[in-house]
Design a binder for this molecule. Structure first.
Ligand code: ATP
Length: 235
């Protein structure tokens, strides 16, 4: 098991955002967390990437507890997050944004190869590599945010709402790219409000509701589940 979340609880002051959840991610999987606005999805990701300290519970990565580690140590250990809303660095070029992703790496030869891989996967980023990142479209910025996270050479990629605010054509492309990332050996934990798309590419999924996991199963099982259909798929 690559990641194991055990009895995780996270509070913001008196608000209990995540209430004792358990789930796991195996190496090579796409695992999707779905749920309505405010269900606790982003909070869960932030706890894994070290941006928020849990109130209780454990996060095991390769059997090692990481819930008290710094974000920097967690990234160096192979977990990289693409935040909601992308958060690319405006004022820096596309290339400089990608370089930020590789900032903690020491394997310089491999880094060079990885730039080539990123440009192969996202040709638009190579075309625009000298352009200010702020001038990219929403879909291109999402690709840049994913490229930047991949430049950290993660074993586990955390994706927070990658389809948010994108035109349908970009949404399909982003989901194709996520599947390709998996094929290339990176494990993916995907958070989405677009439950239909997320479950259609997920090996397994969990449904979060008001801070708790209320359902789990394979992507296909959840897609055909009546409660999921009603609550999240408009069926
Ligand atoms: P969304 O898709 O809207 O981001 P989510 O499922 O990711 O939803 P979270 O963002 O994790 O949900 O929020 C879970 C709960 O925690 C919500 O009730 C939210 O209002 C609250 N919350 C999130 N961030 C903070 C914060 N910084 N301070 C206080 N409460 C917060």
């Amino acid at each position: 098991m690559l990641l194991q979340v055990k009895d995780l609880s996270v509070n913001y002051g008196v608000i209990q955002a995540v209430k004792g959840i358990n789930f796991e991610v195996n190496e090579g999987e796409i695992v999707s967390l779905i749920g309505a606005n405010g269900a606790g999805k982003s909070t869960t990701l932030h706890a894994i990437s070290g941006l928020i300290r849990p109130k209780a519970g454990k996060i095991l990565y390769n059997d090692r507890e990481i819930q008290k580690e710094s974000s920097q140590k967690i990234v160096s250990g192979g977990i990289s997050q693409v935040p909601e809303g992308r958060h690319i660095f405006p004022g820096l070029s596309v290339m400089e944004n990608l370089q930020m992703g590789a900032f903690l790496r020491k394997d310089r030869d491999k880094v060079k190869k990885d730039y080539a891989n990123i440009f192969e996967r996202f040709p638009v980023l190579e075309e625009r590599k000298n352009q200010d990142a702020a001038t990219l479209s929403g879909g291109e910025q999402q690709m840049l945010a994913m490229g930047r996270a991949l430049m950290a050479a993660p074993k586990l990629l955390l994706l927070d709402e990658p389809s948010m605010g994108l035109a349908p054509i970009f949404i399909n492309e982003i989901f194709d790219i996520i599947e390709e990332i998996k094929r290339n050996g990176t494990t993916v934990l995907l958070i989405e409000q677009n439950a239909a798309k997320a479950l259609s590419i997920a090996d397994r999924g969990y449904v979060l509701s008001v801070g708790k996991i209320v359902l789990s199963g394979t992507g296909a099982e959840l897609l055909s589940n009546d409660a999921v259909q009603k609550a999240y798929l408009g069926g």
